[in-house]
Design a protein around this ligand. Structure first.
Ligand SMILES: [Zn+2]
Length: 312
């Protein structure tokens, strides 16, 4: 699932890049037409550049020499064509992202605009509802009376985590307790708040996370590193419903790898689970917990299932 979303986002950027290139070419052509001297400069630059490359291929100049020649040529061209190049830059300012000029990549890595797009798609993928409120606007009405004090405390802590996100890098949270007590609601609201502020948040249900990782192990055609990059490098990773996945040694070691990588790079993780703390530790092992617990705050959710209360 993650890989098909990744592919669709990459495709979208490919299309955008293609459109931008056409627009840029058209713009250049207009400027050439209005300024024949610019076209001459450009044509000369291209043909001299081609000459240098030809000389290198036929062994007349060494690779090093040709680099020096190309650099000289380029700086000469940039100087001579300065006013025209500046005009192109001025007219090109309507990019969605000025950082990568809508290419999606900067120096071979994902630009934050691409990561952002990907994160928001991944975040919303499990639900069609987009109306989750930000943390400061959540409604406490849904929470059971008997647990309201604890929820408010959790909400306060999580709000301060979000508000000092840069300072509190590496903090981890565990939301545990019975089903239907609003853990998902609270963590998705938190995700929404951080995404609105431009952070990259990946929110995944444990079964879908592990299914994707399993598929990756067996499908070498998919670009494994892209997905791992997202899981390791996103500003916040939320794993919802931990314990609902198919239980296997492979899944446990995948989880350890994710937690460990994020621990090393000081990235925060939030885990929601219906399991008890003791069962969680017993099942997933101490290795995972010692990594997580370095900076862990756990919130217990008590009370009656929200869905049951609604039907009363
Ligand atoms: Zn960008």
């Amino acid at each position: 699932m993650i890989d098909s979303i990744l592919n669709s986002v990459l495709l979208e950027f490919e299309q955008k890049k293609y459109n931008r290139e056409i627009e840029e070419r058209e713009l250049k052509n207009t400027i050439y037409k209005n300024n024949p001297e610019f076209k001459t400069l450009r044509d000369n630059y291209n043909s001299e550049r081609f000459d240098i490359l030809k000389k290198n291929i036929s062994g007349i100049v060494s690779l090093e020499e040709s680099y020096t020649l190309l650099e000289k040529l380029e700086s000469k061209y940039k100087k001579e064509a300065k006013i025209y190049l500046e005009e192109i830059n001025r007219k090109n300012l309507n990019y969605d992202c000025n950082n990568c000029k809508d290419r999606g990549f900067v120096d071979g890595s994902y630009c934050s605009c691409l990561m952002q797009k990907l994160a928001s798609k991944l975040y919303y993928i499990n639900d069609s509802e987009l109306d989750i409120p930000v943390l400061s606007e959540i409604s406490f009405d849904i929470y059971p009376e008997e647990n309201l004090t604890a929820i408010r405390k959790a909400h306060k802590k999580l709000s301060s985590f979000v508000n000092d996100f840069a300072e509190k890098k590496g903090n981890n949270y565990l939301l545990y307790g019975g089903i239907g007590l609003g853990k998902t609601y609270l963590s998705r609201s938190l995700a929404r708040t951080l995404i609105n502020r431009g952070n990259i948040v990946i929110y995944l249900k444990a079964p879908s996370l592990f299914k994707t990782l399993n598929n990756l192990r067996w499908n070498y055609k998919t670009n494994n590193s892209n997905i791992r990059f997202l899981l390791y490098e996103s500003d916040l990773l939320i794993i919802d419903d931990l314990g609902k996945e198919i239980k296997s040694e492979a899944n446990i070691s995948e989880l350890f790898e994710i937690i460990n990588e994020r621990y090393i790079t000081k990235k925060s993780t939030i885990i929601n689970t219906n399991m008890l703390l003791t069962d969680l530790k017993k099942y997933y092992g101490n290795a995972i917990f010692s990594r997580l617990s370095e900076n862990l705050t756990a919130f217990k959710f008590n009370g009656t299932d929200l869905r049951k209360r609604k039907t009363k």
